[in-house]
Design a protein around this ligand. Structure first.
Ligand code: GUN
Length: 290
């Protein structure tokens, strides 16, 4: 069984990005610039955004963090987005989700200019990606595809089962895995109303778990020799940790890992790759504007 090391792979890709940025700067260019908007004080979002800013530093990017309290109105947030759309020094930006309930996330997402939407959440990018046109691709699915490629996991003609149908992971993952130029796989998407869910999972050569349900995938759901990708990162209480919690994936790692040919751990699997792909998308946004 091989551990697919997302942390090491992400570090390698960030070093490659940094080298490219250094050569841009050496030839008189400016650094790529990512801005992040964070509303409120959600613990998970604070951690993600902090890690995104740190990743910018590691890549030699300029970063700007714009923080607002959770009583910001939708109109005010839309003005912030409009300001970033019209700031030439900002190549790309993200609005960290989730947003407070009184703000329509879809409205905010659609207010971002598609050419600055490095999350790849705008319907223009989602649509272009789904028909195989150049687009910003949502960072988590892109990170998973990159891991599979860098670990030489064959996807062509393989059976892929995806647990979860979210707009951020499940749906774009399914779309990419089925496309000829990406996964070229046979894809099954499973969700809360799927019949024979365990049996469907057991058919899969590659199982991608993205349902946000801690340790949902048990040994009886995995075909021996399968590749298992765990997207889950749920904070579960753990009194033995100074923080009082630990991150638990969607996969029961202890029970499932001995069965697999390869598996991503949590933490250190998909998570670091997601942030790294955001950096790649930002570099792409920068190059498209240069
Ligand atoms: N919340 C959870 N994941 C993400 C992400 O990739 N981007 C943004 N903007 N918010 C998130």
């Amino acid at each position: 069984m091989q551990i697919i090391d997302g942390k090491a792979t992400a570090a390698q890709i960030k070093a490659e990005i940094k080298a490219e940025v250094e050569s841009i700067i050496a030839s008189g260019g400016r650094a790529p610039h990512l801005a992040a908007v964070l509303v409120g004080h959600d613990g998970g979002s604070e951690t993600y955004v902090r890690n995104k800013v740190l990743a910018c530093e590691a890549c030699g990017f300029q970063s700007t963090l714009l923080r607002y309290e959770d009583d910001i109105t939708e109109a005010e947030l839309l003005q912030v987005v409009d300001g970033l759309n019209n700031t030439p020094e900002v190549d790309g930006f993200i609005v960290q989700l989730p947003l407070p309930k009184h703000i329509d996330e879809q409205k905010v997402t659609e207010a971002i200019l598609p050419e600055k939407d490095v999350d790849g959440f705008h319907p223009v990018n989602v649509g272009r990606m789904s028909i195989g046109l150049p687009a910003f691709i949502s960072a988590t699915p892109l990170g998973i595809l990159t891991l599979l490629r860098r670990y030489n996991v064959e996807t062509r003609g393989k059976k892929v089962a995806i647990l979860g149908r979210s707009n951020i992971v499940g749906k774009p993952m399914a779309s990419l895995m089925m496309q000829k130029q990406w996964g070229d796989s046979t894809v099954t998407v499973l969700h809360s109303h799927s019949a024979n869910l365990a049996e469907e999972c057991r058919q899969a050569d590659i199982l991608i778990a993205a349902i946000g349900s801690p340790a949902f995938v048990t040994a009886d759901m995995v075909k021996p020799g399968a590749v298992v990708i765990d997207v889950g990162t749920t904070r579960v209480p753990d009194a033995s940790r100074p923080s009082g919690f630990r991150l638990q994936g969607d996969v029961d790692f202890q029970a499932v890992s001995p069965l697999c040919s390869a598996i991503t751990p949590v933490p250190g699997g998909v998570g670091p790759m997601t942030i790294c792909m955001l950096m790649l998308n930002t570099l792409q946004a920068y190059k498209q504007r240069a």
